[in-house]
Design a protein around this ligand. Sequence first.
Ligand code: NDP
Length: 387
Amino acid sequence: MQVSVFGATGSIGESTVDLLLRRDDIEVVALTGGRNCVRLAEQARALRAKLAVTAHEDCYTELKEALAGSGVEVAAGTDALIAAAERPADWVMSAIVGAAGLAPGLRALAQGATLALANKESLVTAGPLLMSEAARNGACILPVDSEHSAVFQALVGEEISQVERVIITASGGPFRDWSKTDLAQATLAQAMQHPNWSMGQRITIDSASLFNKALELIETREFFGLEPAQIEAVIHPQSIIHALVGFRDGALMAHLGPPDMRHAIGYALNWPKRRDLPVARLDLAQIGSLSFEAPDPDRFPALRLSREVMELRGHAGAAFNAAKEVALDAFISGQIGFVAMAELVEHTIDSLLSESCLTEPVSALETVVAMDQMARERARGLAARMS
Ligand code: NDP
């Protein structure tokens, strides 16, 4: 099987590489990364990749030198990422973080590849585009987000028309019990302390603010074609159950597993079969009990905002994600506080409500990119005034 990994040097990328290294039937077409050229070169050598691409043109020389004598072809820049996605591959991992993952994923679908989709921002910003591109080219999208992989697995052999509701779980993050006053003082270091999962910096902070779960509600709507009212989120601090599917006969099917992304990645890699995976097996007696609670919309407004975005439809997802990315950058750089992230996103969406393009149906990458840029500009201006 020929595979490519976009975002190979990240948290999902590393887990994917770990699984690929255990296989002897895989040919690696392309690996891509951002600034971590040393690690990208190590991976390319270990997997004997044909091509290694850094997203940044100024990193070309560093990557070229790191791969000297390896026989691995080297390229750099955004166009090179797109060209890599156009190289024929059977299975492509989409694990770039942020909206930057959208264009390569679309190109991979255009050449008919199976797209293992970790990059939830693709579905949030351009769900209809992604799904129609897959359908038009006979390509397949497999969810890699643990919650969506869980729903996907619970649906095997089922009819989507029989689904009453989908419940995705959230750990609640490090601030689950924090008061609003304390949240206003939360630091970057504290936001990085996820209780259960080890992930990249951006998704870890998004988990603390519940923006990650907000994106996942939209992702669920786009991927499974459900109505917003059918999609729920529940706080489940142990992160053992990843999602539940409720059927019209009242049955609730849950997917349980340890917090190890190699399960969802491996499921997508082996689909439609199952193979042994190097993940820990759950000891239910040792876990003892599982608990659930409703999310608090007052302390964590992200879920309410995502419902408003789902109702708006059109390009609201692209605006929401872009504003969220700007808010996250502003928090990471110390420009705004933790609570201000949600305020910034809400104000950005409010300021775009009068733009007719916000609710126009998504039909082309260009309009998604235009909305993304408009929302980023608006959010940056608002962030400057809030700081
Ligand atoms: P990381 O930040 O760990 O890794 C991101 C990857 O994307 C790195 O390879 C990075 O390169 C690369 N990258 C960063 N910016 C760009 C850019 N502008 N253009 C091209 N490449 C870029 O992220 P994660 O692995 O945590 O997350 C990846 C995606 O998967 C996200 O969409 C996230 O929401 C999703 N996801 C992650 C989960 C997890 O457990 N981590 C779980 C479920 C979903 P470099 O590091 O070399 O600069």
